[in-house]
Design a protein around this ligand. Sequence first.
Ligand code: THU
Length: 131
Amino acid sequence: MNAKYQNLLSEAKKASENSYSPYSSFAVGSAVLSASGRIYLGANVENASYGLSNCAERSALFNAFSNGERNVKAAAVWTRKGGVFPCGACRQVLFELAPSADIIINGSDGAILVLKVSDLMPFSFGKENLK
Ligand code: THU
């Protein structure tokens, strides 16, 4: 059952150990798999000015892009309780930077959920709309 994404999800779990979340105490980890086969990690990083906090998914995506990656195959998100889907801001960024990626989430019941970005972002706004 989605065995190919078990490793990516456990990398996302590892990434959550670096979460800086003193305000929410809600640790999130993300792992992004590129076409090159490399895995890039990210955690949520909060700020006393709350709105400046960055989610784990965006941390991981920006890490991949900052290292020159442009083809994202999959992005995993891990939380302790499970069943947490990317927020609206992260969906918009996924739509731009990882439009064809599989999105992997640990379910609350231990299952592994696999979605497409298009499942998360119907009626999306993107670069095509600017032409
Ligand atoms: N958070 C993520 O990192 N990813 C999500 O998908 C949902 C929310 C973070 C943002 C904030 O640091 C904390 O979780 C509580 O909202």
